[in-house]
Design a protein around this ligand. Structure first.
Ligand code: AHR
Length: 497
């Protein structure tokens, strides 16, 4: 069948939760320290110790929610080490990530300040693996209790009289692995216990998040939903795209061959199957879809850049990553009835970062540009779209050539995001606009393409891959035919006149 998209502009399928465009920042490598926190005395321009350039760039993409402090770090983190006068804060070894000294200079107050600067929701991940119920309960009290209490008093002593508003709270991270190597039955019981003391104070309402499965661990999802559905508001899923066959050989971020390019996209597309199959289990225990699925770690994971600390997970980011981001976000849109939040790992200098820094220098990765182009989908209404994609074959394997999604804003402006995964050829795609009842439209577009399969931005060439105006379309009647460049992410804006 010929490649074609039919877009029903009058059939709405629910809201795309803006939190699908969320981010994740862990105390890992140079994500928090250097990437975000440079300290008040740094020559790098900052406000209250937080880099100005990074805040400005993150505000531009409208980061809706930010997860912190981990990751694996969360289940080793003791929040009281990160409050009070900075010079007096405990120093510890970050055993998970590179064995560096963590001086705890970036703690609760600094994180909440960052969220205020970004105007985003904080998503705090508590410690189940090595923390106590009391410790978790007191953190929530410290953050959100306005009134007379030991933790509210301590907060005031540390300079913050007023409680903060905190909605999203995670009860443990990867408790099947770095968060305690637990069995699902054991964690389900612990989850029930810990969340009991994650209290709602005053008007603050906490959205309790249970630790969900790794990738295709359907048994974990089954047990958690069976034992704890009524105690949770959301459950998480982690899935990383690793092109190599083993963790020892994950593949390089640049300089890879076409086979590895193809495998990466093929593996990224697996998110569709994972979300679908986990949703089936969730539907069994929660047919009303009250509980959200939060994919709070996703993205590419490659071998670290040569010569860098293996525990810092620093990798370059190319047009291949932009395609992974574009197709994954399209999958999340499609499942927005269940997927209510997602947090790409990780914001700066770690894994599939949107920003890389080198001292005072900062660059925006191809993945950043996809988040910027796609931000128009945040809180928009998903539109019904049928895609008959041609196939993209390589070495006897096949994947769809195109990934597509569409939404409409409250003002009636339609956006269609289209990824051409094919490394070698442009994709010519007729897009039939139904439901406009003869109304004329204005069309504009932006595209991000790569000249080579690993085209990327570097500190010597920071603008090698940047969005360009997209003009390769022709409107005839109710069909707009687009010619998507090879390896490209395109967003069309269709405005009824
Ligand atoms: O994002 C890096 C690590 O990956 C996180 O700390 C952990 O949760 C996951 O295994």
């Amino acid at each position: 069948m010929a490649q074609r998209v039919v877009l029903h502009t009058d059939i709405r399928k629910g809201t795309i939760n803006r939190n699908i465009y969320g981010h994740f920042s862990e105390h890992l490598g140079r994500c928090i320290y250097e990437g975000i926190w440079v300290g008040e005395d740094s020559p790098i321009p900052n406000t209250k110790g937080i880099r100005n350039d990074v805040v400005e760039a993150l505000k531009e993409i409208k980061v809706p929610v930010l997860r912190w402090p981990g990751g694996c770090f969360a289940d080793e983190y003791h929040w009281k080490d990160g409050i009070g006068a900075r010079e007096g804060r405990k120093r510890m070894i970050n055993t998970h990530w590179g064995g560096t000294v963590e001086n705890n200079h970036f703690g609760t107050h600094e994180f909440m300040e960052l969220c205020a600067m970004l105007e985003c929701e904080p998503y705090i991940n508590g410690n189940v693996g090595s923390g106590t119920v009391q410790e978790m309960s007191e953190w929530v009290e410290y953050l959100t209790f306005n009134g007379v209490s030991p933790m509210a008093e301590l907060r005031a002593k540390n300079g913050r009289e007023e409680a903060w508003a905190v909605k999203y709270f995670g009860v443990g991270n990867e408790n099947w692995g770095c968060g305690g190597n637990m069995r699902p039955e054991y964690y389900a019981d612990l989850y029930r216990q810990y969340q009991t003391y994650v209290r709602n104070y005053g008007d603050n309402r906490i959205h309790r998040i249970a630790c969900g499965p790794n990738a295709d661990d359907y048994q974990w999802m089954e047990v958690l939903m069976r034992e704890a559905t009524r105690f949770m508001d959301s459950i998480t899923l982690h899935y990383y795209t690793v092109p190599g066959a083993t963790w020892e050989h994950k593949g390089a971020a640049t300089g890879f061959d076409t086979a590895e390019y193809f495998t990466t996209l093929e593996k990224a597309l697996r998110m569709e199957e994972l979300v679908t199959r986990h949703s089936v289990i969730m539907d069994k225990y929660d047919p009303e879809k009250r509980v959200g699925l939060i994919v709070d770690e996703w993205g590419t994971w490659y071998d670290v850049e040569p010569g860098t600390n293996p525990g810092f997970l620093y990798q370059q980011n190319s047009i291949r990553d932009a395609l992974v981001a574009g197709l994954t976000l399209n999958i999340f849109h499609k499942h927005s009835d269940r997927v209510r939040m997602a947090n790409i790992a990780q914001t700066i200098n770690v894994l599939q970062a949107v920003i890389l820094t080198e001292g005072e220098k900062m660059l925006l990765t191809p993945t950043y540009h996809v988040f910027n182009m796609y931000k128009v989908h945040q809180d928009a209404e998903l539109l019904d779209l049928t895609l008959n994609s041609g196939s993209y074959s390589f070495d006897g394997k096949e994947i769809p050539e195109v990934s597509a999604s569409a939404s409409v804003t409250a003002e009636g402006v339609i956006h269609v995001s289209l990824c051409n995964l094919n490394h070698a050829s442009a994709a010519v795609l007729p897009l039939e606009l139904r439901g406009l009842a003869g109304q004329a439209v204005d069309i504009a577009g932006t595209t991000l393409a790569g000249a080579t399969i690993d085209a990327h931005n570097s500190f010597s060439e920071p603008e090698a891959v940047v969005p360009q105006p997209f003009t390769a379309f022709k409107l005839e009647g109710d069909t707009v035919t687009v010619e998507l460049p090879a390896m490209s992410v395109t967003v069309l804006e269709i405005t009824p006149k």
